[in-house]
Write a protein that binds this ligand. Structure first.
Ligand code: NAD
Length: 375
C-alpha cells in the first residue's frame, strides 16, 4: 500500500491518549479510595520504583525504560540471585540499602526511597508479592496476568485498599499510540459501526520454560498472550463480553504441553451481539487486531509488540508514530496518577475483570459450553 503522508499527521498520539484514556477506563475509578488518599505529594519528585524479579522483561524492557521516565526512576531491586544484584547495582547505580532479596523484602517498608513496587515474577507469585508490597505500605504495579484466580485478585485489591495504596497492572498497550488509534477509529466510528473484530497473538514457546508449567503460569498462552487479544477487543469496542465459547485442539507435542493448552480459539459475545474471534497458541506465529466496520476496515499487524507496530486502514492510511518506549509511557502514566491521587487507567479492577474472563474461557474450553460471564 502506498503511504499517505498527509494523513499521518492526523494520527496524533497525545490527542488520542488525552481524548480516550480517562473516559474509556473511568468505570474502574473508585472515588471513595481516591478521597482517602488526599495527602499532598511533591509532584516534582520522581517516584522510586523497585523491580521485583530481574528476568527478561525487567532487564530487557523495564529497567531501560526507567532511564527515560520523567515521573519515576529505578530506585531499588529485589532478587534471589546475588550475582544479578551485583550487575544491576553497577549498571544502574543502585545503593546497597535499596537492594533486597525475597527473605528480607518486607523490610522495604522502612525505605522511603521506594514508592512503588513493580512485581515482574512468574504469574503464580504475583498475588503474594503484591500483597506483601501493599502491607509494606507501597503502591504496586503488578505484571499481567494479574493472578491465577479472581479470588487472588480480590485479596490483592483488598490489601492495597487496606494499605491505602494504588494497584495498577502492567498493561502497556493502553499507552501505545497505535492501539490508541484503533480505539479512536472505533470510538469516532470513522468506518461506521463495527461488524467484525478478530485478534490473535501466538509465538513458539521453548520447551522447559516456566510458562509451560501450570503451577507457575496458571495456564498456557491464554494467560500470557491471549490476554492481549481480550484487551484489544475490549478497548477497541469499549464493551466487555457477556459470554464466551472456546475450542482447543489436539496437542502436537505431549512432552512439551503436559498441563497447559497449546492452542486455543475462543469467541467473546459482546452486549450488542458482536462476536469477537480470538486465537492464541504456543506453537504458531500470529500478532494482529483487525476490525471491519460498515464503511471500511482498520488493523494492526503486528499489534502487541514492544515496537515496530504497523497499522493501516482500508482507504490507504498508514499509522506511523515516532519511536517511543511503551513501558516508559506506562510507568510515567501510572506514576502521574499516583502523584495526582487518582487510579491509573490500568487499575487492579481491570486486571481482575480480565482474570474473570480468562476463568470463563477455560471453563468454556473444558466443558464445550457457552459460559456466561457473571457481573
Ligand atoms: P523471566 O523468566 O524472564 O523472569 C522471571 C524472574 O522471576 C526471573 O528473574 C527469575 O529468577 C524470577 N523467579 C523467582 N522465582 C522464580 C521461580 N520459582 N521460577 C521462575 N522464576 C522465578 O520471565 P519474564 O518474561 O520476565 O516474565 C515475568 C512476568 O512479566 C510474567 O508475569 C509475565 O507475564 C510478565 N511479562 C509482561 C510483559 C509485558 O509486555 N507486559 C512482557 C513479558 C513478561
Amino acid at each position: 500500500m502506498k503511504k499517505n503522508h498527509s494523513s499521518r499527521r492526523s494520527f496524533i498520539y497525545q490527542t488520542a491518549i488525552t481524548a480516550l484514556g480517562v473516559p474509556l477506563f473511568s468505570s474502574f475509578s473508585n472515588p471513595a479510595f481516591i478521597t482517602k488518599n488526599k495527602k499532598t505529594m511533591n509532584t516534582n519528585k520522581k517516584l522510586g520504583v523497585a523491580l521485583v524479579g530481574l528476568g527478561s522483561y525487567a532487564g530487557g524492557q523495564l529497567a531501560p525504560a526507567l532511564q527515560q521516565t520523567e515521573h519515576c526512576y529505578l530506585a531499588g531491586i529485589v532478587t534471589g540471585t546475588p550475582s544479578k544484584a551485583e550487575v544491576w547495582k553497577e549498571k544502574y547505580n543502585i545503593p546497597d540499602k535499596n537492594i533486597y532479596n525475597y527473605q528480607n523484602f518486607d523490610s522495604i517498608k522502612d525505605n522511603p526511597d521506594i514508592d512503588i513496587v513493580y512485581v515482574v515474577l512468574p504469574n503464580s507469585m504475583h498475588a503474594e508479592y503484591t500483597i506483601r508490597a501493599a502491607q509494606a505500605g507501597k503502591h504496586v504495579i503488578c505484571e499481567k496476568p494479574m493472578a491465577l484466580s479472581v479470588a487472588d485478585c480480590d485479596m490483592m485489591i483488598a490489601a492495597c485498599k487496606k494499605a491505602n495504596k494504588f494497584l495498577s497492572i502492567g498493561y502497556r498497550l493502553h499507552f501505545d499510540p497505535y492501539n490508541l488509534e484503533m480505539v479512536r477509529l472505533a470510538k469516532e466510528k470513522v468506518y461506521g459501526d463495527i461488524k467484525k473484530i478478530s485478534a490473535a497473538f501466538s509465538f513458539v514457546a521453548q520447551k522447559g520454560i516456566w510458562r509451560l508449567d501450570k503451577k507457575l503460569a496458571g495456564g498456557g498462552p491464554l494467560m500470557d498472550l491471549g490476554v492481549y487479544c481480550m484487551q484489544g477487543v475490549m478497548y477497541t469496542t469499549d464493551m466487555e463480553p457477556i459470554a464466551v465459547t472456546a475450542q482447543t485442539f489436539p496437542i502436537s507435542d505431549k512432552e512439551k504441553f503436559i498441563d497447559v493448552e497449546e492452542t486455543l480459539a475462543w469467541q467473546m459475545e459482546m452486549p450488542n451481539g458482536l462476536i469477537a474471534e480470538c486465537r492464541t497458541s504456543y506453537s504458531e506465529s500470529a500478532n494482529f487486531l483487525k476490525v471491519e466496520g460498515e464503511k471500511g476496515s482498520f488493523e494492526l499487524q503486528p499489534a502487541y509488540n514492544y515496537s515496530g507496530l504497523k497499522g493501516k486502514t482500508s482507504d490507504g492510511k498508514i499509522m506511523e508514530y515516532p519511536k517511543l518506549s511503551q513501558q516508559a509511557k506506562q510507568m510515567d502514566g501510572i506514576a502521574q496518577s499516583i502523584k495526582n491521587k487518582t487510579q491509573s487507567i490500568v487499575p487492579g479492577e481491570m486486571g481482575r475483570r480480565d482474570v474473570k474472563i480468562i476463568e470463563a474461557i477455560y471453563e468454556a474450553m473444558r466443558t464445550g459450553k457457552r459460559v456466561i460471564i457473571q457481573k
